[in-house]
Design a protein around this ligand. Structure first.
Ligand code: NAI
Length: 417
């Protein structure tokens, strides 16, 4: 093994803002990186000064990583959004600079699924209203309108990460599961795929939505879909506010056709904590309203920290961009090669370039002229940039890096050894 490394890990500076879960701090430190963490979202000026020397930046949803912030961070290799959305980051500009952005879209799957099951039971037992009555001092002991979920049919719309997890948990509770998805999905356990949303609505005692916000899912559950649902059935929306017409839902509940609903997401959500929330569903019987907290648990925060850290560390250490939201995804497995009697790690070139014809052939010529043999290579492109990872037999890594940096189309190049 070569003992000298291209860049000492102890010189990699990680800046974490917005009280990212402490697990992130531990994982970066275990990797040997320097970590600076702070609570709260810094303003633009403070963030610009924090990133001036940073190789890795970790944020949550409240820090705006604008083109100006990226310009103020000449050493920045990558950005981690320790949350789901990446709207707060100028991801296209980051792509043009060869800075991959990673997030964690699926670490809160279990949290949403558990809330959904809790709501399914809560709606069948009228738990929300009973609790309010008890707080008011009313003792309304009665079995009327209360049901077990065992044996009831749950209809899952969208059988992705969350929908399929709900399927497993619901079956464990003895529920019958039907699901509808636009993509043909393998049914878990005894779940049954139905051919249309119409069929799902007609057979389900409880309908739960787990689809993304798209043009197709906009207003997916409106007046006619609600009318198609069984009389006395329930609706759960823990997906996105745009999926349900809440005015039509309120009307269907007032008429007694829909017996209860649980909503965690709304067409108009307050922008910040403390802002007033208004909905036509307020004050109706057997309705759970929660402030978009389906995925908000401490376990999910920790899982997000682990997921994003893994992606950032893999990019810094071996150049893998799997899971990046803005650059081509490339993952070249690590390999060992023979060098005489020794087994050695190849030198790894990570090269972001403008996606124009001829760049790869310039690189190949240059590498061949330096007598460096290529042992593995993986290129992918998007409209703007190409990203290629090449393993070459150990040679003068720094000289190769300098030469590749001179290619006019090069955006960014690193050589790891
Ligand atoms: P996913 O991408 O794993 O699954 C979505 C599924 O919906 C896919 O199988 C897809 O094929 C299917 N689908 C898309 N359009 C459809 C249509 N028109 N009809 C039927 N199926 C359709 O997504 P995941 O992680 O399961 O998330 C589901 C939803 O939950 C998303 O809207 C997400 O934003 C939301 N979510 C809400 C949270 C909360 O705090 N309440 C937290 C996390 C996710």
């Amino acid at each position: 093994m070569t003992s000298k490394t291209s860049y000492p890990k102890a010189k990699i500076n990680v800046v974490l803002v917005e009280s990212i879960h402490p697990r992130a701090n531990d994982l970066f430190k275990a990797e040997g990186f320097q970590v600076q963490s702070m609570a709260g979202a810094p303003d633009a000026r403070k963030l610009a000064s924090l990133v001036a020397d940073a190789h890795v930046l970790g944020i949550r949803s409240k820090s705006d990583v604008t083109p100006a912030i990226l310009a103020a961070a000449p050493k920045l290799l990558t950005v981690g959004a320790f949350c789901i959305g990446t709207n707060q980051i100028a991801i296209d500009e980051a792509c043009k600079r060869g800075v991959p952005v990673f997030n964690s879209p699926f670490s809160n799957t279990r949290s949403v699924a558990e809330l959904t099951i809790a709501e399914a039971i809560g709606l069948h037992r009228g738990l929300g209203d009973k609790t309010i009555q008890m707080h008011r001092g009313d003792w309304d002991k009665s079995a009327a309108g209360s049901h077990e979920v065992r044996g009831r049919t749950i209809g899952i719309v969208g059988y992705g990460h969350i929908g399929s997890q709900v399927s497993v948990l619901a079956e464990a509770m003895g529920m019958r599961v039907v699901f509808f998805d636009i993509i043909s999905k393998m049914a878990l356990g005894n779940a049954r795929m139905v051919r249309s949303l119409k069929e799902l609505l007609e057979v389900s005692d409880i309908v739960t939505l787990h689809v993304p916000a798209t043009k197709q899912t906009q207003g997916m559950i409106g007046k006619s879909e609600l009318a198609r649902m069984k009389k006395g059935s329930f609706l759960i929306n823990n997906a996105r506010g745009s999926v349900v017409d809440v005015v039509a839902l309120a009307a269907a509940m007032k008429s007694g056709h829909i017996a209860g609903a649980a909503l965690d997401v709304f067409p108009d959500e307050p922008a910040a904590k403390g802002e007033k929330f208004e909905s036509p569903l307020q004050g109706l019987a057997n309705v759970f309203l929660t402030p978009h907290v389906g995925g908000s648990t401490e376990e999910a925060q920790e899982a997000i920290a682990e997921d994003v850290c893994d992606k950032l560390i893999k990019f810094v250490n071996i150049g893998s961009t799997t899971g990046a939201v803005n650059v081509p995804e490339v993952e070249l497995p690590e390999q060992l090669i023979r060098d005489g009697a020794r087994t050695v790690r190849p030198h790894r070139i990570l090269h972001f370039h403008k996606n124009v014809p001829g760049v790869l052939s310039k690189m190949h010529t240059l590498i061949a002229n330096m007598n460096a043999n290529i042992s593995a290579e993986y290129l992918r492109t998007n409209e703007e940039v190409g990203y290629v990872v090449l393993d070459v037999d150990p040679s003068d890594g720094e000289a190769i890096r300098k030469k590749l940096a001179e290619i006019p189309e090069t955006i960014r190049v690193r050589v790891l050894w």
